[in-house]
Every structure is written in C-alpha cells, then in structure tokens.
Ligand binder design. Sequence first.
Ligand code: C2E
Ligand code: MG
Ligand code: MG
Ligand code: MG
Length: 277
Amino acid sequence: QITRQFILHFSAGLEEKYTRRLSIITELKKELSNTKGELALFYQPKLNLVHKKVTAVEALIRWNNAELGFVSPEDFIAVAEHAGFIGEITAWVYHQAIQDIQSFRAQGIDVTVAINISAQDVMNAELLPTILSLLNAYDLPPSVLSFEMTEGHLVKNLSEAVQQLTIMRDAGFKIAIDDFGTGYSSLSYLSQLPADILKIDKSFVLKLDEQVSDQNIVQSVVLLAHQFGMEIVAEGVENQNSLELLDDYGCEWAQGYHICRPIDAASFVKWFKEYKY
Ligand code: C2E
Ligand code: MG
Ligand code: MG
Ligand code: MG
C-alpha cells in the first residue's frame, strides 16, 4: 500500500532532483555565455606500453560553480545532452584544448589530446570545419587532436554516425570508442563503426590484479580489438600489477590513477617533464 508518507517523501525527492537539474542548466548556460572562469580542462596522461612513453592525454572537463559547488561531469554532461546544449560545452573544450596544445608544444611537449564528444556533436556538420579552421589558424595538424565517444549514443543513427565519423577520420583525426563493454555495447558495432582505438571500460580494469573474470574479459577484448585492427586503451589502471598484466596481454595504452590523476595544464607540464617510466 502506498502511504501518504511515501508519496510526500517521493515527491520531495523528485522535486529536489528537478530543482538541481534546473540549477545546473541555468548556471551552466550562464557560465558558457559569460565565462567567469568556473570551467577548467584537466589532462590525464595515456602511457604507451609499446614505447614506454606518454604520447597522448585525455582532456576532462571540470566545473566549480559558486552556487552548486563542484559538479561532476558525469552529472552535468548528461544534463547538457538532454537539454540540447552539449555543443556549446564541446566548443568551449576544443577552444581550450587547442590553446593548451599550443602551450604544450611551446614547452617541447608533443602529445595527442583526446576530447570527449557526444552523439549530438558527431551529427553536427559544423563541428569538423570549425575545428579544422581553428587548427589551421594555430598552424597545427589534425594529429594533435583525437576524439572519444561512447558507442551507446551513436546507435540511434548508426548509418549517419558512420558517415560522419568516416569524414572525421579522413580529415586525419583518430577516433576512439569509449567505455567499451558497458551500456548498449554490441559486438556488431565493432565491424561497423570506423574507429582506430577501443577503450575498455574501467569497470573491467579497476580490480584487474585481483579478479580472474576481469583478466579473462580484458584479454579477450584485447584480442578482439586487434582482430579489428584497433589499438586498445585500458582506463582505470590503479596499480602496478594491473599495468604489468595489461602489458603482458599486448594492450597498447594504459591510463589511470597509478600513472597520474587528471590534473590542470600547468601541473601536467611539470609532471610530464619529471616522468620516468
Ligand atoms: P570517460 O571519458 O570514460 O573518462 C574517464 C573517467 O575515469 C574520468 O572521470 C577519469 O577521471 C576517471 N578515471 C581515470 N583514471 C581512473 C582510475 O584509475 N580510477 C578511477 N576510479 N577513475 C579513473 P571524470 O573526469 O569524472 O569524467 C567522467 C565522464 O564524463 C567521462 O568518462 C566522460 O564521459 C565525461 N566527460 C568528461 N569530460 C568531458 C568533456 O569535456 N566532454 C564530454 N562530452 N564528456 C566529458
Ligand atoms: Mg573518455
Ligand atoms: Mg571511458
Ligand atoms: Mg566513462
């Protein structure tokens, strides 16, 4: 029996959720239209296990708002996607990333920066020409950037997504499928999506050193990726034993707290100069 108590409780919880969602939309739009410096782009190194060198990083957005405090991208990215303005966030991200890439290169750091994009970005015909002309203005080749996306979001318009991704790839950008093995993942997309890199979800990697079932899964996914001519990135590498297992399996890239947490651009420069494998 549904009690009055329950209904009151339930609606109070819902209201709280919607109020928060609405505040996220309002505050985020405010920040995007008149930036007060609440957004930051952090960088997390990707260690190439073949060359034992860091030659790539992932750009991860951070948002610290006066009203809401620190809001996780897990929360506000989904809200921006639903509310239809993820494109504005993506634009902020690539502008910031390209500026940072220039500064990295000026300091002798040559890394490919991976940007997370949404299905809405893939379907946006303006994205590619805008990024290409920006890179051109900064005299940078397309190889300085790559794109990560979760395949779950792409399946609604598979043929259109395939077409757009092919154009991006032909322009010289590497494409990675993010969070592989979760959500709507399907093996059939592996042969359909034009991608160069497969990122196995961190849920299979976090306890790799302890869990035989994860070891079986990761080994199989490495073989699978290679069958499709893709390189593989393991995210969520938290200890040395996991890193060594991945190296044994022939996994090309490792990313995780064991190597380095996501850090701001200046801290990354310092970290990179001191890092020894
Ligand atoms: P993702 O793209 O799969 O990024 C990996 C997430 O795992 C990041 O969380 C990263 O901080 C975290 N991580 C990395 N290494 C470890 C580890 O060793 N252990 C654990 N426990 N976690 C680790 P973050 O930064 O909170 O981002 C969460 C998600 O938000 C990202 O997942 C991505 O889907 C989305 N996101 C972040 N930045 C952007 C962005 O600029 N644009 C878009 N569209 N999405 C973004
Ligand atoms: Mg990612
Ligand atoms: Mg991921
Ligand atoms: Mg993720």
